[in-house]
Design a protein around this ligand. Structure first.
Ligand SMILES: Cc1cc2nc3c(=O)[nH]c(=O)nc-3n(C[C@H](O)[C@H](O)[C@H](O)COP(=O)(O)OP(=O)(O)OC[C@H]3O[C@@H](n4cnc5c(N)ncnc54)[C@H](O)[C@@H]3O)c2cc1C
Length: 263
């Protein structure tokens, strides 16, 4: 994944990116004439001494890709009046823990080959508590020392929300137990890394159309504002990229249609 973001930042040019910056407020001043320079964005960045600096920058249009729970914390103004986001419904998120473990090869009795396994929910009655495991070193052999297998296991989601936030000791126990049943691992892993995602995914529930309608309303009411990412067009990386690309096309059409062409 890092390769993808490195390549994208190379294409855009590192000087055109504001990394480690938090958008605080967005102000739209489009009055129906020219959209150029109609957006002002204020953001917090950090200098070399890690001091927080507040900065402003002017743009012609905005593609927002922050999760909606973060957008709700931003202040919007339109023609100098507050633009309230109180019509945005609450989005529910799924929590997830990812536990990366490695085992010495001679301690794995059934080292299945392949991409990984998904655990169906009915297997919970057989004591399996994880959602699935990727066989990371099978897919990418250079990810682990040659005498070890590396596994990436997912815990939590809608099936087991509370377990996602369990202590590292409990998670290690759950993962070790599932891997023992599935792959015949013996003993404890030699390497463990834990990452907890409190808001891993927006939950596309039955009433999610209300969220999509609210995003549409933001775009209709704020000229030059477009929303993309996994809250809108699908959860996968591929779909998020397509969503961003679609939003970029919308920006080009918007600017072309509003900027008067010289004869
Ligand atoms: C554990 C896990 C495993 C996954 N595995 C896969 C997989 O195998 N395959 C797959 O296709 N998908 C996978 N996904 C899903 C996929 O990674 C995400 O849905 C996708 O990356 C979402 O991209 P995004 O750009 O829409 O949102 P995000 O990646 O969530 O990016 C939103 C960005 O907005 C930034 N932000 C928030 N507030 C502000 C602010 N005020 N100012 C500035 N920036 C802000 C955040 O810091 C963040 O960088 C996985 C997700 C998780 C959590």
């Amino acid at each position: 994944m890092q390769t993808l973001t490195d390549k994208l930042s190379e294409e855009v040019g590192i000087d055109n990116l504001k990394l480690n910056s938090k958008v605080l407020s967005l102000s739209c001043s489009f009055d129906g004439s020219s959209p150029l320079s109609s957006w002002s964005i204020s953001y917090a960045a950090h200098d070399a001494d890690n001091m927080e600096l507040k900065k402003d920058q002017i743009f012609d249009a905005v593609i927002m890709t922050a999760p909606l729970c973060n957008v709700q914390d931003m202040k919007f103004t339109k023609a100098r009046n507050p633009f309230l986001l109180d019509f945005l419904p609450k989005v529910n998120y799924l929590p997830l823990s990812v536990l990366i473990t490695s085992f010495k090869k001679d301690k794995v009795k059934r080292p299945l080959e392949g991409f990984g396994i998904l655990v169906p929910s009915k297997e919970q009655k057989n004591g399996l508590k994880t959602l699935g495991t990727l066989f990371s070193s099978m897919m990418f052999p250079d990810r682990a020392p040659s005498d070890q297998y590396l596994y990436t296991t997912f815990i939590g989601g809608s099936r087991n929300k509370d377990l996602a936030g369990a202590s590292l000791d409990e998670l290690k126990q759950v993962v070790t137990s599932d891997l023992r049943k599935l792959l015949g691992t013996e003993g404890k892993p030699v390497f463990v890394k834990h990452i907890y995602w409190r808001n891993a995914f927006p939950l596309y529930g039955l009433d999610y159309n209300l969220v999509l309608e609210a995003i549409d309303k933001m775009e209709e009411d704020l000229p030059g504002f477009f929303y993309a990412g996994n809250h809108r067009d699908g959860l996968s990386v591929g779909k998020s990229i397509t969503s961003g690309s679609k939003a970029a096309d919308h920006v080009v059409s918007y600017l072309n249609s509003h900027i008067k062409q010289d004869p």
